[in-house]
Design a protein around this ligand. Structure first.
Ligand SMILES: Cc1ncc(COP(=O)(O)O)c(C=O)c1O
Length: 425
């Protein structure tokens, strides 16, 4: 364990600063060109699903229960795809819409529908005087971008190791202007937190002042565990039904990080009334999604267990990368008192908190050394991290060898930025 910087004398710190500068120059000289900015699968992960592309061959293969998937129709998705995703999300098929390749697209459309058409028979959000969403922080930048684009106020909610601070959520939803909350309940982006049963029940029994309040339950990482023993997440839709709150939540998921991010299948689930209402609105928007791709996924995986078995192959590739980053964070930064990080058991990210006031500088230094990280502030609404301390690490895209070098470079940058700050005056 290293000696904390804060317990060192100024002379010792100046000495450490000189060493950190030299170490940074050594890393820079490696001439790296690596990207750890977004949660993107690497090539080997994409190769895992190639067989899916050849499971439909003859014309007959494209016909499923009398439906020719090559033709128009089926706004809410192919029946067998609805069944597959209903099984995965543990809801009934009539609660599910299966769409195109992007769940983010489904989320955007759902928020947009709230703004333009409203939910639960209420006035559209866009016609109400104030509309706000609660945003657990740190969180997923693209959720925040949807709100920003649609003119929805964002209110940060602190995250805890068991999910969002539910006392604060309960306090906030007393305000009828609060219409939604973004949640990534399993292996959250970026911390990797799995919401506890207590948190899920607190959401299911929430009594918001606004009848048109909805929980946006983005279960993007529902089957993305890295270890044999999976983490369980209580089923919000079922708990909400039990609590007499059947339309309080929309759940989203996709196969972006199961098969192909550019050619997967996305789905959403919700209360029966809400889903029927959304399907009625969709009739004006499309004659139907890409059912061929939906059928490919159904034929290839067969059922939810097929998906879970496939995810074990992803875990074999992703787990060593997470472990390599965590090992280096511990080795290089452990005990220095300048950084804290999460140890996710799944998902696509590690959340790193550096010395307040140094995230921006750390990220700039890393860029100078050829390692691109998610821009500073991205994990906060309006890209404003009030402490300038949170950094999202996305270990999946670089190769194993690259990620090891990238993590070492990042650690060198964290140290240098901290020492610059501590020796400032
Ligand atoms: C929490 C979360 N939701 C959604 C997405 C994107 O989903 P999709 O590819 O289905 O649009 C991501 C991608 O990183 C994500 O981290």
């Amino acid at each position: 364990m290293q000696h904390p910087y804060k317990e060192r004398s100024r002379e010792e710190l100046m000495c450490a600063l000189a060493e950190a500068r030299a170490e940074f120059e050594t890393k820079k000289a490696l001439g790296l060109k690596l990207n750890m900015s977004r949660g993107i699968p690497e090539r080997r992960q994409l190769d895992l699903s190639m067989e899916m592309l050849s499971c439909l061959e003859s014309p007959e293969d494209y016909i499923e229960a009398g439906v020719d998937t090559r033709n128009y129709g089926g706004v809410d998705g192919l029946a067998s795809a609805k069944k597959l995703f209903a099984e995965l999300l543990d809801v009934s098929p009539e609660q599910v819409i299966v769409g195109g390749n992007s769940s983010l697209n489904l989320m955007y459309d759902t928020v947009q529908r709230g703004m333009q058409f409203g939910f639960g028979g209420c006035l559209p959000w866009g016609k109400q005087s104030r509309v706000a969403f609660l945003c657990p922080v740190p969180g997923y930048d693209r959720h925040f971008t949807i709100c920003e684009k649609l003119g929805i106020e964002m209110r940060p909610i602190p995250m805890t190791p068991t999910g969002p601070d539910m006392d604060e959520v309960r306090r906030q939803v007393k305000d009828p202007a609060v219409k939604g909350i973004w949640c990534v309940p399993k292996y959250s982006n970026p911390e990797g937190v799995v919401y506890s049963d207590e948190t899920v029940r607190a959401f299911a029994t929430l009594q918001p002042a606004a009848a048109d309040f909805r929980i946006f339950w983005d279960n993007a990482y529902c089957v993305h565990g890295l270890y044999d023993e999976d983490d369980t997440l209580l089923n919000l839709q079922k708990e909400a039904e039990k609590a007499g709150n059947p339309n309080i939540a929309f759940t989203f998921a996709s196969t972006s990080k199961i098969t192909f991010p550019g050619a997967g299948v996305a789905c959403m689930a919700g209360g029966r009334e809400d889903i029927a209402y959304i399907v009625s609105l969709m009739q004006a928007q499309t004659i139907g999604p890409d059912k061929i791709n939906q059928l490919r996924h159904v034929r290839y995986f067969k059922n939810a267990d097929g998906i879970r078995a496939h995810m074990k192959k992803h875990a074999e590739i992703v787990r060593p990368k997470f472990e390599a980053v965590l090992e280096r964070l511990e080795r290089e930064l452990g005990g220095l008192g300048i950084a804290a990080w999460t140890k996710p058991r799944g998902g696509y990210f590690i959340s790193l908190d550096v010395l307040p006031g140094t995230a921006r500088r750390t990220i700039a230094l890393a860029a100078e050394a050829g390692v691109v990280l998610t821009p500073a502030g991205s994990t906060w609404p309006y890209k404003k991290d009030p402490n300038d301390s949170n950094i999202r690490i996305a270990p999946t895209f670089p190769t194993q060898e690259e990620i090891e070098k990238a993590a070492e470079t990042l650690c060198a940058c964290v140290k240098l930025a901290a020492l610059e700050k501590l020796t400032e005056n």
